[in-house]
Write a protein that binds this ligand. Sequence first.
Ligand SMILES: [Zn+2]
Length: 184
Amino acid sequence: MGLGRGYEGQDCSLARSLELIGERWTLLVVRDAFFGVRRFRDFVAHLDVPRAVLASRLHDLVQAGVLQKQPCGQGSAREEYVLTAMGRELWPAVYALSQWGERYLTTGGRRRVFRHAECGTGLDAAGNCPHCGRWIAVDEIEVLPGPGLNLQGRTDAVSLELRLPHRLLTPLQTRPELEQPEAE
Ligand SMILES: [Zn+2]
């Protein structure tokens, strides 16, 4: 923990959580991981985050056990970042914060809609499927663009890919023609 990041005087588990995920960019990295972003260059493309900052956040998340590094494919030298079981347990927090922001801090409608993949019903603010009458786990959720999403906004390959309805945690299929050499 660097200077100014900790809440040493706070004997509180919320303070411990914030020391990790309260760092600028960190929760957006986690959100993107839920959306299926796995590669360093895809996080950069989608977040416009300075590479050094991203590298530091990914390092911290791996150290904390929220993400794990694995090869991109069999025999691949490239690595990707995937949520661990511990990391996936952040979903209710990510979902609740985005719902709260939508309700109180943004205007213009939902940017994204989350629905129960099996029955197609939109989730309520607590993450329940009104049709099935139960809370829906992250790997059963589909995300799609909402009416408030600015389609003239971001045009990077990852944003375009994320506009297609897809199940959470499913790896992004960035199109080959958009592949760029990586320099990490
Ligand atoms: Zn349902």
